[in-house]
Write a protein that binds this ligand. Structure first.
Ligand code: RAM
Length: 919
């Protein structure tokens, strides 16, 4: 009896425990403006975010409390002297806006948060901090310095400008330092040293901007690097994009904007513990030389480093700079100075070469095994004045030498001149290259592989996604996309990293940016780029095709500048950040009005420039197709895009509560749809215009096709793809943005898979088959005219990455920022398993499925403080009552049936779902 009672007591206790189950709730990943512990924030109302970590399922935040204090002591004592949010009943855990005392320049701020959840409360988080930048122009006491004079012949064509070395000594008082903060605007690029220590891990900083519009400064805490007594600051200035890489003179694809000679703005503020302070500013008292080791640095042409010119101790106190020149004050850049809130570039990865071949006397060619972006670090030995030359290429000729035809007028070459017979470890400072192969010349011995290291450079951002499938080719294409995307992040998204271009081309990213956001946390990069884009809008409203506008190209079309809207929407949908959309809304509206007024004729937008750029041509040597049957009409693309943008604007207006605008854009969209269908739809045949896949897929995916006609339009897409293109891709940059999802929407996911992994032309699989380790610019990149065949261009990815994550794995936002996750996998024929994860604003979402023993076996993880709409695919028997109950018993709610799916609402947690499966 006693035994019986205690069992019941145990059962009762367990039940009680599971109802009120408490689990440890912790706050992790605390961020201010998407950065952990940032210094140099110039948002007056920064926003806080955190992630809730909890082992238990079904975790919901019910309230938060944020404390913001002016000192760590206050914070520890629980005094939010700057802001005490109080207990706020809310489930928001991202972008909580600071509502406290006005924040001042330089202010160091400390904060912590705690939350209430249905699983109990968290403790206060670890303290986090940030500091404000210099908020007003008056805070800057420093002057822009440098030297404007430079022999003019070196400023023609390929500019050759040596790095500027600037130095300043100062006396630090013999007092305890509370904090020493260094603010630096170093244009084009800077490298900073204090007392011989290199400050920070950033490379190629600051982020590139149109210096006539925007200038970024970086901030460092250098308290640890200062000593009492004599101190020295040393700054090396490279050209970056401030000095044009190509001025008029020699032939080049296009001249590049020239702003000025390198210049520095630097302010070191030392606060002593006794309340006093000292200010060290860039001014006329600084000294400078151009006779240091970096004798030339040009992003297109590489760097020349003469070790004989090294100046040991130049960045420490006591160096004799008597021979150095006095700096000049330089003209202040016209651009507005603001704190850089997107991460700098860093060495993010390293690679060892896989082979080394001797291709001539003392000429060696390294194969990095991967088309990569960054530079080569080498350890070399020789005699004084030996010249070691590195040349870079993406491909080899048949004889094993470098193939450089596709680099156009770019001549990537690093040259090092040795100063003695000691081992020198070297990499360039102010240039980067896109390459797989490196030719090494000038060594008198055969180097070994371990003498070299490829250092992969891109913006310091987390890798947020993982994806693996049962198909090796699909995995390889994914890996190529991964390398291509990260290789083209350079403080702006570039088109390519190797030839004489490397520009922030808009159209390459219109849809790709959504896919990229699964793999990388590109939030602040794109937020910055949207500012760059808006800065280039002219008074009439026109947007260019490239931003920052190092090339001035303004062709007024819909498809390219449209990224201004889609990237803002991406930041809203993928990260839940409403700010970019709100900030740029007026400029977007102005642009659309301008386009309509100038190019709108009876509801059709007539202007287009690039067409369905890079669609697969009919002959292998062509760059662009000449066959009218393959070419999609200008008006089809620009009008369909305009329609889609009107819907986006209506959505943006709705989010902001701008009811009149919302109505306007919806009405406009309706009118456009009618005009478009009237002009382009062939009712008899069920296709648009000349029946290209692009002409059909855009209206179909944008929702412009009447319901009853959708299937017919799709059937035409299918027919063209299967019959005319033998189940291969037929679209260029525009059509490919919708193709993979479009086919899958109509139950042709299997065809989409085939299209991707085909090893015959044209396909991503064809690229792989032909040795690609990134994504090519052209479907026929191996046979077309080298004038346009970059081996590392991401624009042809279209919606491929979105399709992998959103469709195949089933990880998509149902509500902005993945607050509600939509998990709808497509277990298409030909794939046995998918394993994917995505580290969202709220934590990691996982989806792994496998088809085995006639079941579809699915493991999912939904982060705390989110819920998910889970679409369980049903094949054979459909969703039986028994299976439904089993899934409901996991704490879920059945919502209904949708196509081939049974839809449930899931709370957060990890779940294992098994349903019968037969194909
Ligand atoms: C090429 C660029 C870019 C593309 C434009 C239209 O030169 O590389 O990728 O967007 O042309």
């Amino acid at each position: 009896m006693k035994y019986f009672v205690s069992i019941w007591l145990l059962v009762f206790a367990c039940l009680l425990f599971s109802c009120f189950q408490k689990a440890e709730v912790r706050l992790v990943r605390l961020q201010v403006e998407m950065l952990p512990n940032p210094i140099g924030i110039d948002a007056q109302q920064p926003r806080f975010s955190w992630v809730i970590a909890c082992e238990a399922n079904e975790v919901k935040q019910t309230g938060y409390h944020v404390l913001v204090a002016s000192s760590l002591e206050n914070l520890h004592a629980g005094i939010g002297d700057l802001w005490d949010s109080g207990e706020v009943a809310s489930d928001s855990s991202a972008y909580i806006t600071y509502m406290g005392q006005p924040l001042e320049s330089r202010q160091q701020v400390f904060w912590k948060a705690k939350v209430q959840t249905n699983r109990g409360a968290s403790a206060w988080s670890e303290p986090n901090s940030w500091s404000m930048g210099l908020l007003s122009a008056a805070d800057w006491k420093a002057q822009w310095i440098g030297h404007s004079a430079f022999p003019l012949d070196k400023m023609k064509g390929h500019t050759v400008v040596p790095a500027r070395y600037l130095r300043k000594e100062f006396k630090n008082e013999d007092k305890d330092i509370k904090r020493a903060t260094l603010y630096i605007g170093g244009l084009g690029l800077y490298e900073l040293f204090v007392n011989g220590h290199r400050i920070g891990e950033q490379q190629l900083a600051p982020a590139p901007t149109n210096y006539n519009k925007i200038v970024k400064y970086n901030v460092f805490d250098v308290t640890q690097q200062l000593t009492s007594g004599d101190n020295a600051i040393g700054v090396v200035l490279g050209n970056g994009r401030l000095v044009s890489m190509r001025m008029p003179g020699e032939p080049s694809s296009k001249d590049v904007e020239h702003f000025d000679m390198p210049k520095l703005l630097l302010q070191l503020e030392i606060q002593y513990a006794d309340g006093s302070s000292q200010l060290i500013c860039s001014d006329r008292t600084w000294k400078m030389t151009v006779d240091g080791p970096i004798q030339a640095n040009n992003e297109f042409d590489g760097e020349v480093y003469d070790a004989n010119k090294e100046m040991p101790g130049w960045d420490t106190a006591g160096f004799n700079d008597a021979m150095w020149m006095q700096v000049e004050t330089m003209e202040e850049p016209a651009g507005k100075l603001s704190a850089q809130m997107n991460p700098n570039i860093k060495v993010m990865d390293t690679l060892q070469p896989i082979t080394i071949n001797e291709t001539g006397e003392d000429v060696y060619v390294l194969d990095m095994g991967q088309n990569m972006v960054g530079w080569l670090q080498m350890k070399v030995k020789g005699q004084k004045d030996d010249k070691v030359t590195l040349r870079f290429a993406e491909l080899l000729n048949d004889d094993g030498t470098l193939y450089t035809d596709n680099l156009r007028f770019s001549e990537p070459k690093d040259v090092v001149i040795l100063k003695d017979d000691q081992l020198l470890t070297w990499h360039p400072t102010f240039v980067y290259h896109g390459f797989r192969y490196v030719e090494v010349k000038g060594l008198t011995y055969k180097p070994s592989l371990s003498d070299f290291e490829g250092q992969v450079l891109y913006d310091e951002m987390g890798t947020t996604g993982t994806f693996e499938s049962s198909n090796d080719m699909l995995n390889k294409i994914y890996t190529n996309a991964y390398w291509g995307i990260r290789g083209n992040y350079r403080g702006m998204p570039t088109d390519c990293p190797q030839r004489d271009e490397r520009m922030g081309w808009f159209g390459d990213r219109t849809t790709g940016c959504y896919g990229e956001s699964y793999i990388f946390n590109n939030h602040s990069l794109y937020a910055k780029w949207l500012d760059d884009i808006e800065a280039e809008q002219n008074d009439e409203g026109s947007l260019p095709d490239v931003a920052p506008a190092f090339w001035d190209i303004r062709s007024d079309n819909m498809t390219w500048p449209g990224v201004f809207l889609t990237a803002a929407n991406m930041l809203y949908e993928r990260y839940g950040d409403v700010q970019p959309m709100v900030r740029h809304y007026p400029a977007m509206k102005k642009w659309l009005a301008y386009m309509k007024n100038k190019y709108g004729v009876d509801g059709i937008i007539t202007k287009d420039t690039y067409g369905d750029w890079c669609m697969p041509p009919e002959r292998p040597e062509l760059i662009h197709s000449q066959d009218p049957a393959r070419i999609t009409a200008a008006g089809v693309m620009s009008t369909a895009f305009y329609y889609d943008f009107c819907l986006l604007m209506a959505k943006f207006a709705g989010v902001q509560g701008l009811a009149d605008d919302e109505t306007f854009f919806l009405t406009e969209a309706d009118a456009i749809k009618t005009a478009f269908n009237q002009k382009y739809y062939n009712k008899e045949e069920g296709y648009y215009d000349n029946n290209t896949v692009t002409a059909n897929i855009l209206p179909l995916r944008f929702g412009m096709v009447a319901k009853d006609d959708c299937q017919r339009v799709f059937d035409n897409i299918l027919r063209t793809t299967v019959n005319d293109f033998d189940s291969h891709i037929s679209t260029g940059v525009v059509g490919i943005q919708q193709l993979m999802r479009g086919l899958t929407d109509y139950n042709y996911g299997e065809l989409a898979l085939q299209i991707a992994i085909n090893t015959t032309y044209p396909s991503w699989g064809y690229m792989v088959e032909n040795g690609a380790t990134t994504i090519w610019e052209l479907w026929n990149g191996n046979t077309a005219d080298p004038a346009m065949n970059s081996g590392n261009h991401v624009m042809l990815l279209g919606d491929f990455v979105i399709w992998l994550y959103d469709y195949l794995a089933g990880i998509a936002p149902a509500e902005p920022g993945f607050k509600v996750v939509k998990m709808r996998p497509y277990p298409i024929k030909g794939l046995d398993y998918i394993q994917a994860s995505y580290n969202s604003t709220y934590g990691t979402i996982k989806s792994s499925w496998v088809k085995k023993n006639k079941t579809f076996d699915w493991q999912i993880t939904i982060p705390s403080n989110t819920t998910a709409q889970v679409y369980v695919p049903c094949s054979t028997e459909g969703m039986t009552e028994k299976m439904k109950i089993k899934i409901q018993n996991m704490g879920t709610r059945f919502i209904g049936k949708e196509d081939q799916f049974a839809v449930f609402s899931f709370p957060s947690g990890t779940y294992h779902i098994t349903v019968p499966w037969e194909e």
